[in-house]
Design a protein around this ligand. Structure first.
Ligand SMILES: [Ca+2]
Ligand SMILES: [Ca+2]
Ligand SMILES: [Ca+2]
Length: 332
């Protein structure tokens, strides 16, 4: 009986890890999604866009957009910029747009990162970007939006009609609402069903055989009922690039709900040298993971003890106690 349970647990954990993403070659791979009313948002509508991305490219690359290139790029979209900065924009009458970028970059480090961009109306002071679930300090790139937003061009993934994304994308979601902080926190690190309200398009990319021959898998499925399915263009669809590939591993990081419930607190955060804990009532075993779910270190800690993180690379980490409580911290 015990062996049966162990086998079931093993199969469950294997199936959690078995989800896919799509790799883009940077030269001509892109996905087109036909213009539809559900994708046509109004200037004053609230829009949220989420996705996982992995790239080492340093420079401008479009990620997802519905820009009309024959009308001053009227529409909305998200792009990667030099230095690994991410930005989100609404563009109205030619030359007028509302855009924020992350004020720090480095998200082109070859690891999976999650992006949430939220645009409330046309004032970029009301826009937000979260990376890996953490609210970023934005830089307003433009605040002169006027006119309408809607157009009749396709939604594009991985292209703006002249430049092409290099790297992998997964879990793309477009919402016709502004996600709340608690919604961002509860759903960035897991898959959704597609039935969530105001979700206008959702691509989980769980298609094809990773790194296999996928010549016939040329339609990207929308998991919502809006049928915003995409057509893959110019992908090789065989091998480890320009094909359906391994997706982000959610299974080791799927303990987000414990973060809010825990009375234990971690400080200082961010930190460059050491972290400590308040309200640790007993010696506790911990494991530290990076955003890929890779184990970085493990040990035991009690109240008033310090944990040395000075040798870690800059970035976001997860510390998980063996009772399941998980904390995020940032190494500066
Ligand atoms: Ca996926
Ligand atoms: Ca339209
Ligand atoms: Ca290609």
């Amino acid at each position: 009986m015990k062996q049966t349970y162990l086998l079931i647990i093993l199969l469950l954990s294997l199936s959690l890890k078995g989800q896919n993403a799509l790799d883009f070659d940077g030269s001509n791979d892109w996905i087109s999604i036909q213009d539809q009313n559900s994708l046509d948002l109004l200037a004053n509508d609230n829009i949220s866009i989420e996705f996982w991305f992995k790239t080492t490219f340093n420079g401008f690359k479009p990620i997802i957009n519905k820009f009309d290139t024959n009308d001053g790029f009227r529409g909305y979209g998200v792009a990667l910029y030099g230095g690994g900065v991410l930005g989100i924009a609404k563009i109205g009458n030619p030359g007028t747009f509302a855009q924020i970028n992350t004020s720090t970059g480095g998200f082109n480090d070859g690891n999976w990162h999650h992006f949430t961009g939220i645009m409330l109306g046309t004032d970029p002071n009301n826009y937000k970007i979260y990376i890996d679930g953490a609210l970023q300090t934005p830089t307003i790139r433009s605040n002169n939006y006027t006119g309408t937003l809607t157009n009749s061009v396709p939604l594009r993934i991985g292209s703006d009609a002249s430049t092409y994304f290099l790297g992998s994308l997964d879990e793309i979601r477009i919402w016709s609402k502004g996600l709340s902080a608690s919604e961002v926190n509860s759903q960035w690190n897991k898959e959704l069903t597609g039935n969530e309200s105001n979700l206008v398009a959702y691509y989980n990319f769980n298609q094809g055989v990773k790194n296999g021959n996928n010549a016939s898998v040329t339609t990207l499925n929308d998991a919502t009922s809006n049928n915003n399915n995409g057509t893959l263009n110019n992908f090789t669809l065989n091998g480890s690039t320009s094909n359906w590939v391994d997706g982000v591993n959610f299974s080791t990081l799927s303990t987000q709900n414990n973060i809010l419930a825990s009375p234990i607190s971690l400080f200082p955060n961010p930190s460059s040298n050491v972290i400590k804990f308040n309200n640790l009532t007993s010696l506790k075993s911990y494991t530290i993971y990076n955003t890929l779910g890779r184990e970085i270190s493990k040990g035991n800690i009690s109240m008033n003890e310090t944990l040395d993180i000075s040798s870690y690379s800059s970035g976001l980490y997860f510390l998980k106690f063996d009772n399941g409580n998980t904390f995020k911290f940032i190494k500066n």
